[in-house]
Write a protein that binds this ligand. Structure first.
Ligand SMILES: [Zn+2]
Ligand SMILES: [Zn+2]
Ligand SMILES: [Zn+2]
Ligand SMILES: [Zn+2]
Ligand SMILES: [Zn+2]
Ligand SMILES: [Zn+2]
Length: 381
């Protein structure tokens, strides 16, 4: 059998980034590659890109939608911001000077409700570093906070990293301090502690039993008003029905403590278990985390939408369904061989009368990513 390009790609060295790639496919799947999303207003969630060529000035951060990244900023120095919630495409607006959007040229000067964190000028984490970081050769995993949507080095989260989807950084925990109460019951470490017993989590378990290691449960220096209120709720013993109606008060009454430091990794259904009583909902609005109540806000829901809608079911569908998908990936990967490699894979499967498997595509992407890394490393010297 003739050795095709695809076979070579698959046989070359192999890296384990399947999840990243799957996520990447899903990120793109949920956004429209053809139409600027501006007309949707502040989209619930979409893939967002920043353009270093058009808006290099950190004091004027801007983000563009997937379609604009493809069609208006082709060949520019784009970087991916993964997905952002409640964002409206800035392409060609007041921040872009003379540059015109080719899809929707007429836009408001500014999208006043867009939030721009330091990701928009290429900085990430509490350490405010670029990614990849030339000064730090240790390849650390980056994890996104579900609330502020910033990305964090796992080593800067000040907690044990769990293999779950939802993480809330320490800053956001303190901005919505009632989450600490839930964290004592719904965080991934609780599950792990139950599953594994002892081990590294022993100290966490101990701290919920023995008073010696409980740091600053009540009267902690941060968010003290919230803490005082919680304390009051607990000791004033509100009416039985009210206690039963408010899940927060229920958890508070259990009086399980947990150190109020570090990021928190959550059990998968944690958002559904947050209280929805009127007073709690008000607190979510005040803390600007009301989107936690919206099941369609989560990245997982976005990815499901992407896979079910318009391209249907499967990461593969979007590759076969439209060459624009390939071009999107090309933008992200910045590698021209992608089109050829995918075409070769499909051609090979067609001639072998074989179905293209998800595994085959993942392998292909892993290979391409590895190639890109090697190339980037070579560029660095
Ligand atoms: Zn756009
Ligand atoms: Zn641009
Ligand atoms: Zn545009
Ligand atoms: Zn960091
Ligand atoms: Zn955060
Ligand atoms: Zn409540």
């Amino acid at each position: 059998m003739a050795a095709t390009k695809t076979e070579e790609l698959q046989l070359d060295d192999f890296i384990k980034d399947e999840e990243d790639l799957e996520h990447l496919l899903c990120v793109l799947a949920g956004s429209d590659p053809e139409n600027c999303s501006y007309s949707l207003g502040y989209a619930k969630r979409q893939a967002v890109f920043a353009c270093n060529t058009c808006t290099p000035d950190a004091s004027q951060p801007a983000g563009v939608c997937l379609a604009c990244a493809n069609k208006c900023h082709d060949g520019h120095d784009l970087f991916e911001l993964y997905t952002k919630r409640n964002f409206r495409c800035d392409c060609g607006n007041g921040k872009f000077g003379d540059f015109q959007c080719t899809l929707i040229p007429t836009k408001d000067e500014e999208n006043t409700k867009n939030l721009y964190n330091h990701n928009f000028f290429g900085r990430y984490c509490s350490c405010d570093r670029p990614y990849p970081d030339q000064d730090d050769k240790v390849d650390d995993e980056m994890i996104q906070c579900v609330i502020c949507e910033d990305w964090f080095h796992s080593k800067h989260l000040a907690c044990q990293v769990a293999d779950v989807d939802d993480m809330v950084c320490e800053d956001c925990m303190n901005k919505a301090p009632f989450l600490w109460t839930y964290a004592a019951h719904l965080s991934a470490e609780i599950k792990e502690a139950e599953d594994v017993e002892v081990e590294e989590n022993a100290d966490i378990l101990e701290s919920s039993e023995g008073p010696s290691t409980i740091p600053e449960q009540e009267g902690a220096p941060t968010g003290s008003s919230q803490l005082k209120r919680s304390h009051g709720d607990m000791t004033d013993r509100p009416g039985e029905t009210e206690t039963a109606a408010c899940k927060l008060q229920y958890f508070q009454a259990l009086n399980v403590t947990r150190p109020r430091t570090g990021a928190v990794f959550w059990l998968s259904e944690w958002r559904a278990r947050l209280c929805t009583c009127t007073s709690c909902k008000r607190a979510y609005v005040v803390a600007q985390v009301h989107f936690l109540m919206d099941p369609s806000d989560s990245i997982q829901a976005y990815e499901r939408r992407g896979l079910n809608e318009p391209f249907g079911k499967h990461p593969l569908m979007m590759l076969t369904g439209s060459m624009d998908r390939v071009q999107q990936l090309e933008v992200i990967y910045g590698c021209k061989e992608l089109v050829n490699a995918i075409a070769a894979l499909f051609h090979k499967c067609a001639t072998d009368k074989k179905v293209v498997t998800v595994e085959a595509v993942h392998e292909l992407f892993e290979e391409l990513q590895a190639k890109k890394r090697r190339r980037t490393n070579m560029d660095d010297q």
